[in-house]
Design a protein around this ligand. Structure first.
Ligand code: SF4
Length: 116
């Protein structure tokens, strides 16, 4: 048996959730104040995911803020950042424009700012 303590980031309360594992099997989850915390903690120990927020180069020289439109596997972030670092975006760009389609699984990289 192994215990992992996860801080739930689903809301500002930041509950400390303890997950008990038998190998890779979840045996028990305690400390969550609501069901979202249980789901979050189980995902964190089995397949953690993150929304990536960063910037990409543009043809105008100033960086453009971008983010993934969903969470990607934490193990994929290095590969995704390699792709992002190789991108130069042609302006103009509006908020929500897709910068890179299917950057990981079905997740797109989208603009979170605009440049005229
Ligand atoms: S367990 Fe529920 S109340 Fe606690 S931080 Fe997570 S979402 Fe918020």
């Amino acid at each position: 048996m192994q215990e992992k303590i996860i801080t739930c980031t689903e809301c500002p309360m930041g509950c400390s959730v303890t997950v008990t594992l038998d190998g890779e099997r979840v045996i028990n989850v305690v400390g969550n104040t609501c069901p979202r915390g249980k789901t979050y903690a189980i995902n964190e120990v089995s397949c953690p995911r993150r929304v990536v927020t960063t910037t990409v180069k543009t043809d105008k020289g100033n960086p453009l803020a971008v983010k993934t439109d969903g969470s990607i596997k934490k193990s994929e972030i290095f590969n995704v950042m390699k792709i992002i670092n190789g991108i130069t975006v042609k302006t103009p760009i509006k908020i929500g424009d897709v910068i890179y389609e299917n950057i990981s699984e079905d997740i797109n990289l989208v603009a979170s700012d605009e440049i005229e």
